[in-house]
Design a protein. Structure first.
Length: 119
């Protein structure tokens, strides 16, 4: 673990997502998680994403959704490049390859005033 793989816990109230080094970390109903930051679609920074009502991490660019427990993309993107909207066949294609190229998943733990990404 590097010193940069941490974030003040005060920046991660329930429902928030932030950045700890190369990890997107978040607070899913009181449980912290850490996943690799680059979306499997077009590499958006997932630390700028959000959590939906089901606790999935939503990409800030085209709203692909990830299960933060497994790193699997559970819903494909809604658009590509600068376009935001329906892309039916393309969405399924991206989701298919993202099943193989999952996000990396690490544990995130509270240590003192910080949340740290554990090995
Ligand atoms: S870059 Fe994440 S859904 Fe497109």
């Amino acid at each position: 673990m590097s010193e940069t793989d941490r974030i003040p816990a005060a920046q991660l109230p329930p429902g928030e997502v932030g950045r700890a080094g190369k990890w997107a970390v978040g607070n899913r109903d009181g449980e912290y998680f850490a996943v690799s930051r680059r979306c499997r679609h077009q590499l958006a920074d997932l630390s700028g994403g959000s959590l939906d009502a089901d606790g999935c991490l939503v990409c800030p660019w085209h709203q692909a959704k990830y299960d933060v427990r497994t790193g699997e993309m559970v819903e494909g993107p809604r658009g590509l490049l600068g376009y935001h909207g329906p892309t039916p066949g393309y969405t399924q294609f991206v989701r298919a390859y993202a099943k193989v190229l999952k996000l990396r998943v690490k544990r995130a733990l509270r240590r003192g005033d910080d949340v740290v990404v554990a090995d």
